[in-house]
Unconditional design. Structure first.
Length: 201
């Protein structure tokens, strides 16, 4: 039994990469992080789909995401990679340094009406946040004809590079990653193979 418990814990923690540095926010659901070896990793936030940059509330979503994670150390819960080679992750950021409370950033964007829940996701908390924001017309839901980003991408070409792009980039620190319990190297993330990340509908 003890070995089983240890094995299960190892399986769970294998998906986590703690305290990598977010140095760039590309749009409302895409960020870049750098690990302790200096490797830069493109992250597609899992379970959500934010408006495109040339879509209503696209810049608002990107700016809010930057407020939450840019220039900070984040924890990633990986579900593998998509067909474009992007890491699919739920992103967490520490909001209380004393008790080490971490916010689910993906969920927070849903709560603030800045993203759709991905159509294959059935996470109860995500579904509740998505429906609540829509019912209360929060964020993008204040638009009378809010359009799913997947449909927008089908009807409109992808957005040109954002003119405000350079405002969402910060210098990468040269020192070791700073973890909650001191300065140490983060765990090496282990990516699992998974089916392609299909577009939301």
């Amino acid at each position: 039994m003890k070995q089983l418990i240890i094995g299960l814990l190892a399986l769970v923690t294998a998906h986590l990469l703690a305290d990598v540095f977010c140095w760039k926010v590309s749009d409302g659901d895409t960020i870049w992080v750098v690990d302790e070896s200096g490797k830069r990793i493109k992250i597609r936030m899992n379970k959500i789909d934010a408006p495109e940059m040339n879509q209503p509330f696209g810049k608002e979503a990107a700016d809010r995401l930057a407020e939450l994670v840019l220039g900070k150390y984040v924890t990633l819960d990986s579900s593998g990679t998509d067909q474009y080679g992007r890491s699919l992750d739920v992103v967490f950021v520490e909001t209380n340094t004393i008790n080490h409370v971490k916010m689910d950033v993906n969920l927070q964007l849903l709560k603030e009406g800045l993203a759709w829940q991905y159509y294959t996701d059935k996470t109860p908390a995500y579904t509740e946040a998505f429906k609540n924001a829509k019912a209360k017309k929060i964020g993008l839901w204040s638009e009378p004809n809010a359009k799913n980003p997947y449909l927008w991408r089908k009807e409109v070409h992808h957005a040109a590079p954002d003119a405000e792009y350079n405002k969402r980039v910060v210098p990468i620190p040269k020192q070791k990653m700073k973890c909650a319990d001191g300065v140490k190297k983060p765990q090496q993330i282990l990516y699992d193979n998974m089916p392609r990340h299909k577009p939301s509908v």
